[in-house]
Design a binder for this molecule. Sequence first.
Ligand code: PHE
Length: 481
Amino acid sequence: MSTHNVWTHKGTFLLAAVGSAVGLGNLWRFPYLAGENGGGAFILIYALTIFAVGIPILIAETMLGRASRRSPIMGMQFLTRTHKTSRAWVSIGWMGAAAAFLILSFYSVIAGWALHYTWLMLTGTLVGADAATIASGFDALLASPGLLTLYHTLFIIASGVIVGMGIHKGIESGLRIMMPALFVILLVVLAYGIANGDFAAAASFLFTFNLGDLSLEGWLEAMGQSFFTLSLGMGAIMAYGAYMASDASLSRTAFAVAFVDTAVAMVAGLAIFSLVFGAGLDAAAGPGLMFVTLPLAFAEMPFGGLIGGVFFILVLGAAISSSISLIEPVAAFLVERFDLTRPQAVFAMVVASWALGLLTVVSFNLWAEASLFHTLFGRSAFDLIELLTNILMPLGGLLIALFAGWALTQSEVMKEMRTSEAWFQVWRFLVRFVAPAAVAFVFLRTIPLVEGYLLPAIGALIIVGAFAAGRTMLAGSGQAQ
Ligand code: PHE
C-alpha cells in the first residue's frame, strides 16, 4: 500500500521541509538559548552540529522516506522487509510517531501564546506599557487555563484543517502562500530592528565566539537545538520525503534546507537582539524573551504595535507550517494502515494530541509547582513531555543514521543521492560514525548528573553499538559494501 502521492513540483519538498524546519525553534527557542548561553559560542557549536550531523541525517531521513514512498511506520516495515533486517528497526517509525504526537501537544500551546500577543499588539493594548505591566500580563496569561486552552484549540484546529485538505490542496497550497509571506515579514522586522534598535550590539553578541562562555549544558543544548530546528528524527522529514520527486537532488536539497533554516534563525536573532539591546533590555531572559522582553521593546518604539503584530503573525505562520509536518506522518500512517479517510485520520491525531496538550496547559497553573503530578515526577507535565521528546528525537536520528548508513546498499544510496563517490564516502562516514557519537553526546543532556567519565563511556558504547548494528545488518542482508 504505497501512498503513490508525489508533490506537484520538483521544488515542493524543499518548500515543505523549510516550512517544517523554520518554526518556534528558530524564532522563539534559538534566540533565547543563544541569549542564555553567551551568544557566539553557542552559535558556533550549533552551526557545526548542523553541518556535521544535521545535514547527513537530514539526507538519510529523506532518503528513507523516498526509498519507501510510505508513511514512516509503513515505510520502515517495507524497508526492513526488502533489506532483510531485523523488524526492530520499525521502531524508528513508532518512536517518530510518538515524538510527533508529544511535540504537537505542547507546540500548539506555545504557538497559542503568539495568537494572544498578535491580538494584544494589533489592538495596541501594550503601547507605552511598562516592564511590570507586560511581565504581569504574561504571568496572567499563563495563569489562565481557559485562555490557554482557547488559543491551543484554535491553533491546532487551523493546523488540522490544512492537513485534512490533503497534501496538494492543503499542505502545498498553504505553504506556497505562507512561506514567501514569512520571508518578507522577517525582512521587514529586521529592517525595523536595524532602524530602531542597536544592530551593532546584536551582531557582536551573536558573532563574537568565545568558547569559554559555553558550559557543558550549553554544548548539549546547542546540539539538541540543531536536531529540533531541522525537524529531525521523528518522521516529519521522512513523511515529506515520501512525496519527493525521484529526480530532485537529495544532497542539494538538504544543504538548502539547513542553510535557509540557519539563516532564518540568525536573522531572527539579529532582529530580536537589535530591539532588545536598543531598548536596553536583558538578552538572557530565557523562554520569556519573546513574550516579555520583546513586547516591551515594541511597546517603547514607534509603530511598535503594528510591527509587533506583524512579527507575531510571522511566529504563528512559522509555527503552523511546522505543526502540519507533525500531523502528516501520523495521519498518513492511519490512512495507509486503517483505511481511514484523511479527515478522519487527521481528526484522530489532532484530538488525541489536543487532549494531551491540556497537560501542558495546566503545567503553568493548576498543576504547577505544588501539585501531585509535580511531586510524583519531580517536574511539570510540560517539562516531562519536553524531556521525552528530547530523548526520542536524537534516538530516532541515531537509528535513522545507522539504518541508512549500514542497511542501504551503496548503489541504492548513489541512486538516491546522485552525487560523486567522494561525497558518498564522506556522507556514509558521517552517518555511520560521527552522527552516532554526536548523538551519544546529546543524550547526556537528559541525564541529570553527568559525571566526567560518563561522557566517553556512553560515547564508546554507542559507537560499539553502531558497529554491532552495522555488522548484523550487513550479515543479514548479504549486502556488505
Ligand atoms: N523544526 C521545528 C521548529 O524549529 C520544530 C519541529 C520539530 C517540527 C520536529 C517538526 C518536527 O520549530
